[in-house]
Design a protein around this ligand. Structure first.
Ligand code: GTP
Length: 198
């Protein structure tokens, strides 16, 4: 059964890619469309956070802009949580092409059972901030954190009551962990294409 909200963050500067990643096309189709088609299977609500709503006239989803702009990904997490109609909200970056619905169902259950601030995956010592769930309970904490002129999502997560899924569990769903891959550079894009045709 479909339920809950998925938010796609598409408000970044794409400096490393050199063109706006939210417009990225894979074989003539917007990556955003490929992502939302997949998320549609699991979520009853999809929200796109973009500061260019005019890029989404072909989409039927709600498009919202940052309420607290220029704070990086946390700007998007903040407004996404505020606009979502479910307590636990799934977040994905607009440049993450490998949507894994089985893993999404797994982490959704984890955050519901544990009722924590966020459910994120830890790979080596690194926290994967997307392909993760956050709770609306942290909206005021994000606001307080941004008010101190800090904006690093990782440091905020460390202060919160998070549930960390370990790498071995994640690999059971995605052996090469490509569900965390994001396309930051043209080289990433090239490797992704090579992967698609192989
Ligand atoms: N809404 C919103 N999303 C953001 C913002 N900054 C980054 N993001 C999103 O957060 C995710 C991760 O961002 P990055 O890829 O690290 O940053 P980026 O700005 O897109 O790219 P670079 O300029 O190359 O670092 C992407 O989905 C971005 O669209 C922002 O200020 N607002």
């Amino acid at each position: 059964m479909k339920f809950g909200t998925a938010v796609i963050l598409a408000g970044g500067k794409s400096t490393r890619m050199g063109f706006d990643k939210q417009l990225l096309k894979i074989n003539q189709t917007r990556l955003l469309k490929l992502i939302t088609d997949k998320l549609e299977e699991e979520f009853e609500e999809i929200i796109i956070v973009s500061n260019y709503p005019e890029y989404y006239t072909d989409f039927t989803y709600q498009v919202v802009s940052d309420e607290l702009p220029n704070q990086g990904p946390l700007s998007g997490v903040h407004v996404g949580l505020k606009e979502a109609s479910s307590k636990y909200v799934y977040f994905l970056a607009c440049d993450m092409p490998y949507v894994n619905l089985d893993y999404i169902r797994f982490i959704k259950e984890e955050i519901e059972e544990n009722d924590v601030a966020a459910c994120v995956t830890q790979v080596n010592d690194k926290i994967e901030p997307f392909n993760a769930f956050y709770s609306q309970a942290i909206i005021s904490k994000i606001e307080a954190y941004l008010a101190t002129e800090k904006r690093a999502l990782y440091s905020l997560l460390k202060r919160l009551d998070c549930y960390y899924i370990q790498e071995e569990s994640a690999r059971m769903f995605s052996p090469n962990l490509n569900m965390f891959l994001n396309l930051n550079t043209k080289e990433d894009l090239l490797n992704y294409y090579k992967d698609l045709v192989s």
